[in-house]
Write a protein that binds this ligand. Sequence first.
Ligand code: DX5
Ligand code: ZN
Length: 220
Amino acid sequence: GVTPKIAPSMLSSDFANLASEAKRMLDFGADWLHMDIMDGHFVPNLTIGAPVIESLRKHTKAYLDCHLMVTNPIDYVEPLGKAGASGFTFHVEISKDNWQELIQRIKSKGMRPGVALKPGTPIEEVYPLVDSENPVEMVLVMTVEPGFGGQKFMPEMMDKVRVLRKKYPSLDIEVDGGLGPSTIDMAASAGANCIVAGSSVFGAPEPAAAISLMRNSVLE
Ligand code: DX5
Ligand code: ZN
């Protein structure tokens, strides 16, 4: 069965104090740490890469759920594997031809492969990657346009989550963008079990309460 994973997005953290921000979130009950890797090309923003993952890894054993918003994910496999990344989720929009090799390489570096899709991309596009003999182990349904934290949740994306959950009862389905106490019920009832939340958790008066509220919503 699927278990809830609450993954604060470290994009909303103070990057100058990343280790203590990570520890704070884990103490608040986070299951995973969501790491947004952007290249300033696939999305109009630039964040962190393998060197920062490597630095953070020295401070925590936590599952580092890396979301690759980059045009050439294959170039990141080896460095991120060495750096100690746990999950490696690439975007389906740029990996149309070489996804089999990409998944293979991600697994060979000891990471867990996932595929993400932007709001404008039909859900059918990820089916071959889940049905493959060497499948991705998670699908990330973006609920905002990738690139920035703090945007508004797109409820119409829940149709994708519902269809996916019906087709794949035990798949990890992650949602990312605009999730928080006020939107979690829509995502959880549609069937999402991995919940990324940046601004809502970091901006909460009590992040631990926000995290536990979201976990309970997934469990219901
Ligand atoms: C957006 C990133 C998200 C982002 C979510 O491109 O993929 O992970 O940090 O932030 P919130 O939860 O604030 O929408
Ligand atoms: Zn993300």
